[in-house]
Design a protein around this ligand. Structure first.
Ligand code: FES
Length: 179
């Protein structure tokens, strides 16, 4: 009776082993870089989700002199000043309570420890260390390009020429420190 022959696979040599290790390293590196690029390309928050951008209908803007308009989901108050629009972050700069608009006093007041702020968010009195923080207001033209945006000082943004407006709740501009 003929004897069956069994062939063993050839063991890989050192050069092939190093080649496979090198290929695997490159694959891991590329996967990591690709993930990082996607992380930066795609916004982490969707439109209309806190942390993302909130479209603001032009018709919903308060007129200069009107009471601020609250956006509960975006956690901001919109205020139209003679110089333009500001979006005030709804959280008190003392210990994080939600302050309220008090129409009779024409100012914001915090129920927790009594800090008070003007309609533009400037500190008046109380333990808060600075004025109210803001979110970035973007003024967009017909093509959707940003033509004006809140600066680092939180100056009101003129709305002339606006085709649409958005508030970027992912960009917080700290209020002015008390003197
Ligand atoms: S949290 Fe607003 S005054 Fe303290």
């Amino acid at each position: 009776m003929a004897e069956a022959t069994v062939t063993q696979p050839e063991p890989i040599n050192r050069r092939e082993f190093l080649y496979y290790v090198w290929g695997a390293s490159i694959a891991v590196l590329l996967a990591g870089s690709g993930g990082a690029i996607l992380w930066f390309i795609y916004p982490r928050f969707r439109e209309g989700e806190f942390g993302g951008k909130f479209p603001v209908p032009l018709a919903s803007l308060p007129a200069p002199g009107d009471a601020p308009v609250e956006n509960a989901a975006g956690r901001f108050w919109l205020v139209t000043t003679p110089a333009g629009l500001v979006a005030l972050y709804k959280v008190c700069t003392h210990l994080g309570c939600l302050y309220k608009w008090v129409p009779n006093n024409d100012r914001f007041e915090c129920p927790c420890h009594g800090s008070k702020f003007t309609k533009q968010g400037e500190w008046i009195e109380g333990p808060a260390p600075r004025g109210l923080d803001q979110m970035a207001v973007e003024i967009l033209d017909e093509s959707g390009s940003v033509i004006a945006i809140t600066d680092d000082e939180g100056s009101p943004v003129p709305i002339e020429g606006a085709a649409s407006i958005a508030v970027d709740t992912g960009v917080i501009i700290l209020g002015e420190q008390n003197a």
